[in-house]
Structure formats: structure tokens, C-alpha cells
Design a protein around this ligand. Structure first.
Ligand code: COA
Length: 264
């Protein structure tokens, strides 16, 4: 699969080493139906397999929403078994983003609700426009988050904020989301794209093995405890010393020039 591979609900574009994945259902505020989940799974599998892609921007089409949640029109007709499959399909796809080994930046304009916030939380960094509204409103539909929301929000923002957002279902604005650590940065809506792509370009220019080591060490340490995390950090640190990028980075510092990392 290449960047030009066509999907029904996704737009795929490469800006140098940054792959841009745009969920393209603006008339439904980019709601996640089964097909969108499948296409996202396939798009991220292609990214994982392509060494030319060194960072990713994930965003929603249109001005109103990143993603306004799982597709309620589909949700309404699910049997318990279909609901289980839908939940697992979304969880697996989002887990594949979390474990991608390359940095993924969620660009949040407008609503990131329900599955939209869950998707954004499976990304490694989140940049929000000042008009962003995020929340877990599933309680209002008589269900709970089913794509990892209870778990990732807990890890990102702690128990109090998770219970507040999930139990009340009330969305919060960008400033409150920033204060809770749910988003990394807030920028004026008109500068969102520029700020997101500047960050993604910075990440794409960094040494890929070092990026991977950081992503995996934080993931393992966060899930398995400090000793497993420290052990992994040591191994990843040692692996980096075998790379040309490590030699390039250290030499460039000593030669007072900017390093050029190639991934080798
Ligand atoms: N699933 C399916 N369709 C959705 C959707 C979702 N999660 N969110 C929005 N849409 C659709 C609407 O049905 C509408 O479609 P239509 O024009 O064919 O009727 C279209 O997107 C625009 O949404 P609308 O509700 O008219 O926009 P709004 O500006 O009045 O309200 C929201 C925006 C986000 C507040 C509102 O759409 C909403 O509450 N969405 C559901 C959020 C949610 O509960 N997410 C969790 C799902 S588990």
C-alpha cells in the first residue's frame, strides 16, 4: 500500500516524511463506523511497514470536528455479539496506533467526543484548537466508552478527571483539557494546521530508533512498572549506540552543526 492507495473514508497524503491521515466523513462529523475503523487499521498497518514514514498527523475533515464519536446510527442496531466485535475492532486498531513505534500527532479541531477522544488518546501527542471540545458522552446514550476510553483517560488524566468526564458525559473545552493533561498544546484555530505540521516535521526529522525507544519505554514503563520500564530503557539506549544516527547526532553536536538523521 502506498500513500496514493485510496480509501472510501480516509484521505492519505505524504508531506515529506510525514503521513497525513484525514478521516473524511465531514457530513457525519467524521463518526467512526466499522468501515472507518477497518480503513484506519489498514492505513496504520501500511505506515508501520513503510520506513519512509517517520511521523503521522491524524485529523478529521472539515471545520467542525476531529471525530464526534462512534457512529450512533450503526451503534443503535448492534447485537451484544456485534457490539463486542465493534468494541474489539476499535480497541485493536487504536492499540496498533499506540504501539506503532512512530510518533502520531492528533490534530483536534472542534469536537473530539466519545470514540473521537478515544482515538486521539491512542495517539502520542494531541494539539487542540482553542475551539476544541472533548468528552466521553457515552453515558448519555446508556453505554460507556468501548474503545479504551476508561483506560487511556485514566492513565492520561487520573481517576478524578476520568470519572468526571465518563460519569457526567459533559464535554470540556480546550483550556480545561489542557489543564488536565488531556491535550499537550492549545493553539488558535487559525494556526492549528501550521503548529501541528511544524511539530510533526520536527518529529519526522528526529532519529527513528531513538523515537521508537522513547515511545516503547514510556508505554512499557506505564503498563508494567518501573523495573520493566528501566530494563527496556537500557536495552533501547544500547541499541541506539549501534545506529549511524547516534554517531551523526553526537558528531554534529561536536562539530556545531545540525544533525541529519536517516534512520540507519
Ligand atoms: N454518530 C453518527 N452521526 C453523527 C455523530 C455520531 N457520533 N455525531 C454527529 N453525527 C451526525 C448527525 O447525526 C448529523 O447528521 P445529519 O445531518 O445526517 O442529521 C451530522 O453528523 C451533524 O451533526 P449535528 O448533530 O447536526 O451537529 P451539531 O453541531 O448540532 O452538534 C454534536 C454537534 C457533536 C454536539 C452532536 O452531533 C453530537 O452530540 N454528536 C454525538 C456525540 C456523541 O454522543 N458521541 C459519542 C458516540 S458513542
Amino acid at each position: 500500500m502506498t500513500a496514493s492507495h485510496t480509501f472510501q473514508h480516509l484521505l492519505i497524503e505524504d508531506r515529506d516524511a510525514v503521513r497525513v491521515v484525514t478521516i473524511n466523513r465531514p457530513d457525519k462529523l467524521n463518526a467512526l463506523n466499522f468501515e472507518v475503523l477497518t480503513e484506519l487499521r489498514d492505513a496504520f498497518a501500511a505506515i508501520a511497514a513503510d520506513p519512509a514514514v517517520r511521523a503521522v498527523v491524524l485529523r478529521g475533515a472539515g471545520e467542525k470536528a476531529f471525530v464526534a464519536g462512534a457512529d450512533i446510527a450503526e451503534l443503535v442496531a448492534l447485537s451484544p455479539i456485534q457490539a463486542r466485535d465493534f468494541s474489539q475492532h476499535g480497541q485493536r486498531m487504536m492499540r496498533s496506533i499506540e504501539l506503532l513505534g512512530k510518533p502520531v500527532v492528533a490534530m483536534i479541531r472542534g469536537y473530539a467526543l466519545g470514540g473521537g477522544l478515544e482515538l486521539a488518546m491512542s495517539c502520542h501527542l494531541r494539539i487542540a484548537a482553542d475551539n476544541a471540545k472533548v468528552g466521553q458522552p457515552e453515558i448519555n446514550l446508556g453505554v460507556l466508552p468501548g474503545f479504551g476510553g476508561t483506560q487511556r483517560l485514566l492513565r492520561l488524566a487520573g481517576r478524578g478527571a476520568t470519572l468526571e468526564l465518563c460519569l457526567t458525559g459533559t464535554p470540556i473545552g480546550a483550556q480545561r483539557a489542557y489543564e488536565l493533561g488531556i491535550v499537550n498544546r492549545i493553539v488558535p484555530a487559525e494556526h492549528l494546521e501550521e503548529a501541528t505540521f511544524a511539530l510533526a516535521a520536527q518529529l519526522a526529522a528526529a532519529a527513528p530508533q531513538a523515537l521508537r525507544g522513547i515511545l516503547d519505554a514510556v508505554q512499557i514503563g506505564g503498563e508494567c512498572g518501573i523495573d520493566a520500564g528501566l530494563d527496556y530503557e537500557t536495552q533501547a539506549f544500547a541499541v541506539c549506540t549501534s545506529t549511524n544516527d547516534m554517531r551523526e547526532g553526537t558528531r554534529a553536536f561536536l562539530e556545531r552543526r545540525k544533525p541529519v538523521f536517516t534512520g540507519a
